[in-house]
Structures are given as structure tokens and as C-alpha cells.
Write a protein that binds this ligand. Structure first.
Ligand code: PEP
Ligand code: MN
Length: 263
């Protein structure tokens, strides 16, 4: 179902007029995690002003350490809803397990399945039974075939609205958090009709690398970007080192618009 042989024209995901795929560049921006009302409202308003279509923010966070901030849970979802009401941006947020699935689905416009859950097959099947689009992130060490098969799990249950996300893979290189596999974009374009976006924030772990790799991602044909933005990255409870300040994000959006117009 994910193959171009089944569906030759590109799939376009549209929510409230915001589109990803089929020549529409979708920009998802926001903090790694929802931390407080003040934090989320500030960042949402600024990302909107600078041209983001969708607002991201984790309420349930998959952290490497159990002692790290785990997210605000339902309170975080309520804040996302409020930010949507104020700014009119559709919400992208992660669902980590079955237990929270229906709750997260009530609030999210797009449900994110994170890299660590890419092969959580029972979660993928559950995602296949909802009517919400799914943002599926590539697993840390998943091949492109495994990535597309994970999408196939969701689609085989009836949900055909999937956005794939390349977010870097594990390699021997340790300078960056992961290694962004830019070649995955043209490969997926060759094999699938599904939109594919790039997350340069988790791919690199370093804010200074987000701009060059965002530009490169659009140049190689990505259908959009997911970028972490924080107004006070040094105080962020999660992933501050890879978060852009809003003004920097704004300048990046201008550059992205020029590149996509030139393509
Ligand atoms: C995220 O986008 O919040 C996230 C945790 O990313 P990943 O699953 O790619 O690590
Ligand atoms: Mn993050």
C-alpha cells in the first residue's frame, strides 16, 4: 500500500488548509517538550509568525534516562489544544503507548510515532485503526525497507494517511547525535507515494547544523521539515542544544522559501 505501484500519484496530507506532500512543503515547528503555558504560547506565536504551519510539542516524552523530564502528560495536551485555539495551528504530538493512545488522539491532529517505536507493531496496528494522520519517524537503526514496512503495518489496518520522517540513523560517527541520511529522501520518493519530511534537530543534536541540513533536505526533495524551536534554549527541559531561537527559525524559513521556489 505504501508503494508507488499501488498509488502512483503523491499522497497529500491536509489539515485545516495546511498541506504536506505533492509539492507542498509542510513546516512543523515547536519545542521538544511542552513545559509550561508561558513557554508553549510564546513559542507557538513566534513559530506561527515566522511561517510554520503545524505546531509540535511532546506531552509524553521518550527519554533515554528514566530520570529525565518525562513530559507533562495530559496537562501538556491541554496546553497544546489551547495553543491551537489561539494560533490556529494543527497539533503534532507523540503517542508512546497503547495506554495513552485514545487520550492523545483526542487532542492531536497528527499523531507522532517516534523512532524508538517504529517497530512497535501492536502500536502501529493501533495507529492503523484511527482516522488521524500518523507522523512515522525512522527507527534509529532501521533500513529504508524496514521503515516502509512499518508504514505498511499502519496502512494494512486502513489508515493511509502517513507522513514519513527521516530523523537520522545510528552510525559509527559520534560528532553528531545521529547521521542524517539525506539519500533516504530520493530513495523513498522512488519507491513510495507517501510524503517524507526531515527532522534535522534530532538528526544532528546541534542547533548550528539545523540550518544547513534543512536547506539540503529541501534541495533533495523533502516534503517538509520538523524543527525544534525554543525561546530560551539554555533553559529548555529537553533538547535545548538542538533548538533554534525563534528569530533564527524565521531566517531559516526565508531561505527555505527561496530554495523551494527555485526547485
Ligand atoms: C521527537 O520528535 O520528539 C523525538 C523524540 O524524536 P525521535 O523519536 O526521532 O527521537
Ligand atoms: Mn526533542
Amino acid at each position: 500500500l505504501a508503494s508507488k505501484l499501488f498509488h502512483p500519484t503523491p499522497t497529500v496530507i491536509e489539515i485545516d488548509g495546511c498541506k504536506i506532500g505533492g509539492g507542498n512543503i509542510g513546516i512543523i515547528a515547536g519545542p521538544c517538550a511542552v513545559e509550561s503555558e508561558e513557554q508553549l504560547m510564546t513559542i507557538a506565536a513566534l513559530t506561527k509568525k515566522h511561517g510554520a504551519g503545524f505546531l509540535r510539542g511532546g506531552a509524553f516524552k521518550p527519554r533515554t534516562s528514566p530520570y529525565s523530564f518525562q513530559g507533562l502528560g495530559e496537562e501538556g495536551l491541554k496546553l497544546l489544544k489551547k495553543a491551537k485555539e489561539v494560533n490556529g495551528m494543527p497539533i503534532v504530538t507523540e503517542v508512546m503507548d497503547h495506554e495513552d493512545f485514545d487520550l492523545v488522539a483526542e487532542y492531536a491532529d497528527i499523531l507522532q510515532i517516534g523512532a524508538r517505536n517504529m517497530q512497535n507493531f501492536s502500536l502501529l496496528k493501533k495507529a492503523g485503526k484511527t482516522n488521524k494522520p500518523i507522523l512515522l519517524k525512522r527507527g534509529l537503526s532501521a533500513t529504508i525497507e524496514e521503515f516502509l514496512m512499518a508504514a505498511e503495518y499502519i496502512m494494512s489496518e486502513g489508515n493511509l494517511r502517513i507522513i514519513l520522517c527521516e530523523r537520522g540513523i545510528r552510525t559509527f560517527e559520534t560528532y553528531t547525535r545521529n547521521t542524517l541520511d539525506l539519500s533516504a529522501i530520493p530513495v523513498i520518493k522512488e519507491l513510495s507515494h507517501l510524503p517524507i519530511i526531515v527532522d534535522p534537530s534530532h538528526a544532528t543534536g546541534k542547533w548550528a547544523m539545523v540550518e544547513p541540513l534543512s536547506k539540503a533536505a529541501i534541495a533533495v526533495g523533502a516534503d517538509g521539515l520538523m524543527i525544534e524551536v525554543h525561546h530560551q534554549p539554555e533553559l529548555a527541559l529537553c533538547d535545548g542544544a538542538q533548538s533554534l531561537k525563534p528569530a533564527k527559525f524565521g531566517r531559516l524559513m526565508e531561505a527555505i522559501n527561496k530554495i523551494s521556489e527555485a526547485l
